[in-house]
Design a protein around this ligand. Structure first.
Ligand code: HSE
Length: 433
């Protein structure tokens, strides 16, 4: 083939970067990769923080510690940004895009924070910006939204987009562990970071929801805060109740239409009917469930993290970008729909699971029920179980406005007879017919 080589600069050689170099240098895949890219690909530089570290499989002559110089180099056609973080990664990506050099990134924080600005920069300079690995690791959901579903009216996207928390909740559900021992095991297995805040407090899931929503609906990526609640408040008793009631508790990222122009985006623990396809997604797997107006329900499932799975998504982007370069074209990263309005989480309606510990005395249930009633929250079912001289009340509500449910919780927390509010999680009735 006489097509000039596509020269690739890789920034970051951790698990994903190293796996990508290996995939690119696999001789048995050489012809297939050249066919897919319509040109040979050549790695011309790998920027790392510590150039002295031994990196098997990476030619030491390619190693540099100057990532910005690599991003600005005239000798690079595509930059693959795998460094992570926002500020420095943004400077590398901007340096490349502003010169018309296409970028592939796996950086969800960068895309959630400044995806709109980067997409504009890419467009202005005729460059591609692809970020498949930013959501769901090796699960090819973003390109599906971007291309296969481009003409579909999507009603809702919801997913298990954080493997660490799905691992923890699965352990709690399947083995009856409490949160802390499940977290300790997730750390020992390398799923959870030493500081697990980004995962367990749902910051990671919230960023992924923002990215999914931008492609599904055309919402902006400007780092705005969306409604988020982590899994640290999920107790073994909540899981036990959910199981008996025919539900599982999952940390779900949800983006959905509300009315004609509203979009609600949120990430929180959710009770999901046990028969829902997402309910059977166990361990550290990720899955995304899309409901289209004409397509009906669709689901993607796979490894949401890990060097090799994530590197396959990066490689797919790289091949696509190379082919675009050979054909002298570029794609629009995503289109913003100016008419969309972000719906406040308080305005969203759903059923709720609520758990309260109360004094076990005459009149307590009546006073608690009264608070639900005058806040316009209708009780669907209630279970009482004894705990010493107290009682645990577990409620499922009918569909209620979240603001009213929170007002109910505020008022209940002030009643002398209520010792604690244990849980207040939405129930998503995503049954597929
Ligand atoms: N920490 C993430 C997870 C993987 O546990 O799913 C990277 O997005």
């Amino acid at each position: 083939m006489n097509t000039p080589k596509i020269r690739v600069g890789i920034i970051g050689a951790g698990f994903v970067g190293s796996a990508l170099v290996q995939l690119l240098s696999d001789e048995s895949r050489h012809v297939a990769l050249v066919d897919a890219a319509m040109a040979p690909l050549e790695v011309v530089g790998v920027a790392v923080r510590d150039p002295k570290k031994v990196r098997p499989g990476i030619d030491t002559r390619l190693i540099t510690s100057d990532a910005l110089a690599l991003a600005k180099s005239e000798g690079v056609d595509v930059i693959v940004e795998l460094a992570g973080g926002v500020e420095s990664a943004r400077s590398y990506v901007e340096a490349a895009l502003s010169r018309g050099v296409s970028v592939v990134t796996a950086n969800k924080a960068l895309m959630a924070e400044c995806g709109t600005a980067l997409a504009q920069l890419a467009n202005q300079n005729g460059a591609d910006l692809f970020y498949e690995a930013a959501v769901g690791g090796g699960v090819p959901i973003l390109r599906s939204l971007r291309t296969s579903l481009a003409g579909e009216r999507i009603e809702r996207v919801m997913g298990i987009v954080n493997g660490t928390t799905n691992y923890i909740l699965s352990k709690m559900t399947d083995e009856g562990c409490d949160y802390h021992s499940a977290l300790a095991e997730a750390k020992a297995l390398g799923f959870a970071e030493a500081d697990p805040t980004a995962d367990v407090e749902a910051f990671d899931a919230a960023q992924k929801v923002q990215i999914l929503s931008s492609l599904a609906f055309g919402t902006e990526l400007r780092g705005e805060l969306i409604s988020r609640e982590g899994i640290t408040g999920v107790r073994a008793v909540d899981i036990d109740y959910a199981t008996r009631a025919g539900y599982v508790i999952k940390l779900l990222g949800v983006a959905e239409r509300v009315g004609e122009h509203g979009i609600s985006r949120r990430a929180h623990p959710t009770l999901l009917p046990a028969e829902h396809p997402l309910a059977s997604v166990h361990g550290a797997l990720n899955a995304v469930f899309v409901e289209g107006a004409k397509s009906g329900p669709l689901m993607w499932l796979g490894q949401g993290a890990g060097g090799e799975p994530t590197a396959t998504a990066v490689l797919g982007d790289l091949l696509y970008v190379a082919r675009n370069k050979v054909n002298g074209r570029h794609d629009v990263p995503f289109s913003v729909d100016d008419q969309l309005l972000s719906v406040d989480a308080g305005d969203v309606a759903s059923a709720f699971y609520i758990s309260l510990d109360v004094r076990d005395e005459p009149g307590v249930l009546a006073s608690v029920a009264g608070v639900f009633g005058h806040n316009d929250v209708s009780i669907q079912s209630m279970e009482q179980s004894g705990i010493a001289d107290e009682a645990r009340l577990s409620f499922l509500t009918h569909c209620a406005v979240t603001r009213n449910v929170h007002a109910t919780m505020d008022e209940l927390s002030k009643l002398e007879s209520v010792d604690c509010i244990g849980a207040c999680f939405p129930v998503i009735d995503g049954r597929v017919s």
